[in-house]
Design a protein around this ligand. Structure first.
Ligand SMILES: C[S@@+](CC[C@H](N)C(=O)[O-])C[C@H]1O[C@@H](n2cnc3c(N)ncnc32)[C@H](O)[C@@H]1O
Length: 250
C-alpha cells in the first residue's frame, strides 16, 4: 500500500508541492476567487492605492489575488517558492502581471509600492528570525510610506477553539483531520485513503498573535497602522475575529 508524506518543512525540497496536490485543492476548494475578490476590493478601496502603483503579491500561490489585482488595473508581481504554482500562474501573465519563483526569506530583486501577503502565507519557519527577515525584505522592497498587508489567522481565537478531530467528506473522499498545538505551531494532520492508497499530510503554522507581530514589526522597522479582523475590514477583536489583518507602513 502506498504511503506518501508531504511534510510542510522548508528544508525539504518537496515542501511546496504540498500546495499543489490534487487533494489540497479538493479539501480547500471553497477558498475561491470570490473570497479573494471581495477582500482585494475592500483593501484597495481602503488603502486608496493609485492604479500606477506596483503591488507584490508575496507567496501568491496560483495567483488568485495577483490576477484580480491586475484586472483592476494594477501592475502586479506574484512571487512564490513553488515552481509548480508559478508555472500554473504564468498562463495568466501579461505585460503588467509577472510571476517569479522567490523564497520570501531571500532578498527581493524588485522594488514595489505595496506588498500583499495573503491568506496565512507567513509563519512557516521554526526560527523567528526567518519571519523577521521576511518582514525586513518587505520593508526593503518598499519606498517610504509604502504599505504592506499581512493577512494572518487570528491565533487568539483559533487556538482555544481548535477542533481536535474532524471528518470532512468532499468529492467522494473522506479527509480525517487532527489538529493540535505543538511547540508553538498549530499542527494539522490530514489522512485519507484514495483508491486503496493512504495519504498523510501535515500542515504547520506558527501561533503568532498580535503581541508577537508587534514585536516582529519593531524589529523589522515597520509600523502597524491598522488592524482588521475579517475580509470586510471590521475592527479586530482578539476573542471573536477570524483573521488578524495588519496594515504596515515603512
Ligand atoms: C496558504 S498558501 C496561500 C497562497 C496564496 N496567497 C493564496 O491566497 O491563494 C501559502 C503559499 O506560501 C508559499 N510559500 C511557502 N513558503 C514560502 C517561502 N519560503 N517563500 C515564498 N513562498 C512560500 C506556498 O508555496 C504557498 O503558495
Amino acid at each position: 500500500m502506498g504511503f506518501n508524506i508531504f511534510y510542510m518543512k522548508q528544508t525539504k525540497t518537496w515542501f511546496s508541492e504540498w500546495f499543489n496536490t490534487h487533494y489540497y485543492h479538493i479539501l480547500y476548494k471553497h477558498r475561491n476567487h470570490e473570497e479573494a475578490k471581495v477582500f482585494i476590493e475592500n483593501l484597495t478601496t481602503f488603502l486608496d492605492i493609485p492604479k500606477t502603483h506596483t503591488i507584490l503579491d508575496l507567496a501568491c500561490g496560483k495567483g488568485r489575488h495577483s490576477i484580480f489585482l491586475n484586472s483592476l488595473g494594477y501592475p502586479v508581481i506574484g512571487a512564490d517558492l513553488s515552481e509548480n504554482s508559478i508555472e500554473y500562474a504564468n498562463q495568466f501573465a501579461n505585460k503588467n502581471l509577472k510571476f517569479v519563483v522567490q523564497d520570501m526569506r531571500k532578498p527581493f530583486a524588485v522594488k514595489v509600492d505595496a506588498v500583499f501577503n495573503m491568506f496565512t502565507s507567513f509563519g512557516y519557519f521554526d526560527d523567528d528570525n526567518d519571519d523577521i527577515q521576511v518582514l525586513k525584505n518587505i520593508a526593503d522592497a518598499l519606498p517610504k510610506n509604502g504599505v504592506a498587508v499581512i493577512d494572518y489567522m487570528n491565533v487568539s481565537k483559533v487556538v482555544p477553539n481548535l477542533v481536535a478531530q474532524e471528518t470532512i467528506h468532499r468529492d467522494g473522499l473522506t479527509f480525517e483531520i487532527q489538529r493540535s498545538v505543538i511547540d508553538g505551531f498549530i499542527t494539522k494532520q490530514i489522512d485519507l485513503t484514495d483508491a486503496g492508497k493512504e495519504f498523510h499530510f501535515l500542515e504547520r503554522v506558527k501561533t503568532i498573535d498580535l503581541e508577537k507581530f508587534k514585536d516582529y514589526s519593531v524589529q523589522s522597522n515597520l509600523k502597524i497602522k491598522h488592524i482588521f479582523g475579517d475580509y470586510n475590514l471590521s475592527n479586530y477583536n482578539k476573542t471573536t475575529s477570524d483573521r488578524l489583518i495588519l496594515i504596515l507602513s515603512k
